[in-house]
Design a protein around this ligand. Structure first.
Ligand SMILES: [Zn+2]
Length: 235
């Protein structure tokens, strides 16, 4: 099962799943011959991640309409960035408040195998080493766009943080797909192509990103959030 965030499925009856952070609506479908669940990007990002874990989707393709910070990246450009500059200032940034288990490696920040799969569906001239700035939840200023560009960012996207970090805490394979100046629905044909080549099961290190949580809370990630809350209460 692959989760696709930020993109609506064609057809498919709406369903809902309860999480400790609220109910999440989703639809089931298929892309590139693979079963997929489609989740819109609204509400608490923790609910979206928890729902994805509950639905047993190990891989998350996060689709965004993005803003170009470089003149050479014009409308219609599609890319899967290699790294992120987090320019957001608000949370929630962790599932593990008060129990100190949210430390996961950020080198790399995204699943390399899932990125490679997405890249296989991109045009040959797509930027392979782009850096994305994660925007705060408001319009950005011209000074911010200039500053982020000077820091090395090529594009900017809303909603990437904190969802990506939260997804990594619960050991999802997470890779962003950015469409400059386009609706996210334009990603569907590209995903149809790319997911023809996806491995049946991930062969990456993402399922062991949070060894501290495995040691303290066991291997069932569905119970990690509740177990952390209990641990924090006991202290
Ligand atoms: Zn992975």
């Amino acid at each position: 099962m692959i989760a696709i965030w930020g993109l609506a499925a064609e057809g498919g009856d709406p369903e809902a799943i309860e999480t400790p952070f609220g109910a999440v609506k989703f639809t089931r479908g298929a892309v590139g011959g693979r079963k997929a669940v489609f989740l819109k990007r609204n509400g608490d990002a923790r609910a979206r991640v928890a729902a994805t874990v509950e639905l047993d989707a190990q891989r998350v393709i996060a689709v965004f309409a993005a803003l170009s910070l470089r003149p050479e990246l014009s409308a219609g450009a599609v890319l899967t960035p290699v790294d992120v500059l987090d320019q957001t200032r608000s949370g929630p940034t962790t599932f593990f408040e008060g129990c100190g288990l949210g430390y996961v490696q950020m080198t790399p920040p995204f699943c390399p195998q899932l990125r490679a799969t997405l890249a296989s569906g991109l045009p040959a001239d797509a930027s392979a080493d782009a850096i994305v700035a994660a925007c705060p939840a408001r319009a950005i200023t011209l000074a911010e766009a200039r500053a982020w560009s000077a820091l090395g960012a090529d594009v900017a996207a809303w909603g990437l943080a904190p969802e990506w970090n939260l997804a990594r805490e619960l050991e999802r394979c997470y890779a962003p797909l950015l469409l400059v100046g386009e609706s996210t629905q334009a990603a569907l044909p590209l995903l149809e192509r790319a997911l023809q080549t996806v491995q049946p099961e991930p062969e990456c290190g993402c399922s062991r990103l949070n060894p501290g949580a495995h040691r303290a809370l066991g291997d069932e990630r569905r119970t990690w959030v509740q177990s952390c809350a209990a641990l924090a209460r006991d202290d």
